[in-house]
Design a protein around this ligand. Structure first.
Ligand SMILES: [Zn+2]
Length: 361
């Protein structure tokens, strides 16, 4: 793509003749009966943001387009969270050894039961899909079974994790966990249904690749979960560690099926029926085009990176996903490092003003 061209035509929106519309041509303009209902933000530079240094024709390495890499924030955050958790355990042990069972000492006793509580919780979570879910086997949901098997082989796992489908009741969700030496993935039926040939099997491959990625990255081991058991009570650090793990798992999902990333974002944002109508680029562009204090706050207290940031990370494979601050530059082009500056972003920078009613007040 010629970097000097200010607003490259979208190659994936052909005009009636099946050719990409030239910028400014009649085919590039919306039809008269369908006026645009959005405006680029006032501060959006004409022709889009400049490419960051080194990106574009100069071959900035797409470090996250190859074999899955751990998010660079994950290990530092893990160390901090484990140290805080260990300090709480040691404090609890000390209180009990000193015989202080009043006040804080009582909470100390609770803390000491946590290994048992985590073990029981994992056992119950593992038993539940076995008794209420549908197992993926070579003859039952064979496509799902093949996807789990394929991801496990791709990541070098020695064993194929168990796979289950559980009734989603409308919820789009999936998770991976383990108990003792078993590892497994559970996919809610509403998410699993996207895998049908009529919908988007690549999106399901990405999702299953993400979940098996949690297993491959060691996120679901007992010791890992025990060491980070305080994570959910740590508002900023715990959530940041969780988001970094999700980016890591997304890196696995991307490696498993790069072409599934747009469908997965569409699925997470619009559900299984609308995922095909979601414009991945528009979602990802909003990460840098629509920012501010409150979007920042939503991400800060989220266990998963907000969807727009997640999409931006999956699109720009030259850098790790944004943990705390929105990516400043919108770049288009999935993987391979051949990213280009994004054209003007459709966003509701101002609300559309309707014409006054005829003869109205
Ligand atoms: Zn995840």
């Amino acid at each position: 793509m010629d970097m000097a061209e200010p607003n490259p035509p979208r190659p994936d929106i052909p005009d009636a003749a099946g050719q990409p519309a030239a910028p400014g041509s009649a085919a590039d303009r919306p039809p008269a009966d369908h006026p645009p209902t959005y405006y680029p933000p006032a501060d959006y530079p004409p022709g889009g943001y400049p490419a960051p240094p080194g990106i574009g024709g100069s071959g900035h390495p797409a470090a996250f387009a190859g074999p899955p890499r751990r998010h660079p924030g994950e290990i530092p955050l893990l160390v901090i969270v484990v140290l805080i958790t260990a300090a709480i355990y040691i404090g609890a042990l000390t209180s009990v050894m000193l015989g202080d069972l009043t006040g804080l000492g009582r909470y100390a006793l609770v803390a000491l039961t946590l290994p048992f509580v985590v073990w029981v919780g994992r056992g119950v979570t593992w038993a539940s899909p076995r008794v209420n879910g549908i197992q993926m086997t070579p003859t039952q949901f064979p496509e799902g079974y093949a996807m789990v098997r394929e991801a496990a082989a791709r990541y070098g796992l020695r064993e194929v994790p168990d796979g289950f489908v559980v009734l989603g009741n409308g919820q789009i969700n999936a998770f991976a966990s383990g108990h003792q030496f078993r590892r497994y993935v559970v996919v809610y039926s509403d998410m699993f249904e996207v895998g049908g040939a009529a919908r988007n099997p690549d999106a399901l491959r990405f999702i299953i690749g993400h979940e098996v990625g949690h297993i491959a990255a060691g996120h679901v081991s007992f010791w890992r979960q025990l060491g980070t058991v305080t994570m959910q009570y740590m508002p900023v650090l715990g959530k940041a560690l969780s988001r970094s793990q999700e980016y890591t798992a997304d890196n696995y999902g991307y490696y498993n099926r790069p072409a599934g990333a747009p469908g997965a974002i569409g699925l997470l944002g619009g559900g299984k029926y609308l995922c095909g109508e979601v414009d991945f680029d528009q979602v990802a562009d909003r990460a840098s085009a629509d920012r501010g204090l409150f979007t920042w706050l939503v991400n800060l207290q989220a266990s998963h990176p907000v969807l727009t940031w997640r999409a931006a990370a999956l699109r720009n494979r030259t850098r790790a996903g944004a943990l705390f601050f929105a990516p400043s530059v919108a770049t288009r082009g999935i993987g391979g490092g051949a990213v280009v500056p994004a054209p003007a972003v459709p966003t509701f920078a101002e609300q559309e003003v309707l014409a006054p009613p005829p003869g109205g007040r």
